[in-house]
Write a new protein. Sequence first.
Length: 387
Amino acid sequence: MPKQKKVHLSDIVPKLVRKYRTFSPQQLRQHALAEYNKDFTEESFTMFFKRHEGVTAALKLEVTTEEVQHVEVSEAIFQNGTFQELPSIKKWNIEKATLVSPTYQKGNVDAIKRVCQGRFYLKDHVTKKLKEVNIPNWIPKTPERLTLEQAQEFIAEVHKAHSGTKGYRIAIRDFFLSRDHITLKTTEVSGMMPPIGKWKHVFVPRETLDKIFAHVKERNPLAYAADFTMFKTGCRSTATLTEFQHRKLRQEDGVNVIAVTDKGFHRTGRQTFDKIITEDLLAVLNECWGRQVDNAFFGLDETELRNLNKDAYRLFLTGEALDLGLSEPNHFWRHMFGAHMLRATNWNYTAVAELGSWSNEDMLKKVYGAPPTQMLRKLGIEYIPKI
């Protein structure tokens, strides 16, 4: 019986990648078994790509070039590594490398990939698991030729399925800015989102906020500490969970301060702001740092925080306040910072914008805290006759 020829990965990987236009270890394993009767592990393909970076890069360039030249788009461009090598995506990633975190940019790229695929995910209300939804009759798109109308159609489909569109809208605006150097208006990729300023009059009294704090603290003290920090500083959730490091705490003129790098407008990337750490907040943060960790919120999952907050909002909020809480469960606290600080400072928009890191006072007024009509009428009756 003739001796069976030994099969080497170095011989078959380039052939399989070129033939099937995939870098997926799972798929390559199946093809190797079918064509060469050899059962390699998925890990062996993964290690091959890591150990042969030059060969892998050349194959990706070859496969990507072929796909870009095709008039018709195939599913191959969505395979591992190929999508990121497409010219518009590669350019976008390079531009964002020093502006946002790799995790944040990967989320944006994945969102554009799903737009091109016509695919999104919904959480099953019973099992709480994510299920994949493919838009009927959707033809795969390449990001090189993705149009605004196609992006709008995708957003509309996600909205009709009662799923959130915010992440997709942010990614679409940023991608079109990079690819075409155009700034899309939020209304152009709105997906019938709540109109800007929908919650500008929402105000929740401190006694109600304290009930929410107590409810969350009973279930997870670290989650409570994060909520309290967002409320006292106006920081967004991602920055809160990563930026409150003990080594960054400093004193200036007797005031405790921490420099926090937070997101800015989507064109400008992340920016750094000084946040005042009041004595009551410092006491809460010291308890977190007492766990012998530099990051006060190390180990706290943002999704868990969202879910804990939503449970509390359902118990203690109603009307528009509840709508805000369920729509933006962590960002809710930035709204509360704005609403409470404006009242505490007698509607000093300049001061509150600086303290809460709003670069645009008009945005603070339109979205987070328009002055109540009753107050304006009272001032009008008092002062208009004097002019």
